[in-house]
Write a protein that binds this ligand. Sequence first.
Ligand code: HEM
Length: 143
Amino acid sequence: LDADQAALVRGAWDKVKHSEVEILAAVFTAYPDIQAKFPKFAGKDLASVKGSADFALHATRIVSFISEVLALAGNSATAPAIETLVTELANNHKNRGVTKDQFTEFRTALTNYVSAHAPWGDNVAAAFNQAFDNVYATIFARL
Ligand code: HEM
């Protein structure tokens, strides 16, 4: 991402990043197969786990990871640091049997959530898509 694109994505993300639990709940609602991969949440009603400390903890981990990557975006000097973080994420998730299709589902759900809860326009959408394309190129090469 160039600096302008990174600023657009961060601007949208800043509007939703405090809604960690709602974001993860939206992902699980849209794609129960993702919820089923989590040992702590598999086979349970979303309503029964959504208020738990485990749910909040995992939601915060995901959101914090994305915030960490976005803080590094838009600067070629920090591109290698992003690559390292994303490669580690890809390897961890490969080891859990997460598929490309599930990563694509996650992308769809997250994009739907952010586009519905942050100011959105063609320029934001394009920057957001570019960010996912970049990160997913690294992830898909390892799954
Ligand atoms: C764990 C982020 C997509 C399933 C984690 C962790 C982070 C994270 C930060 C905790 C650190 C770790 O153990 O690796 C993300 C991000 C995603 C993503 C940023 C998309 C870009 C997915 C998808 C699935 C998934 C699509 C399942 C279909 C899991 C599971 C764990 C995990 C099962 C372990 C939970 C546990 O410790 O019990 N994820 N994840 N993730 N993720 Fe993801």
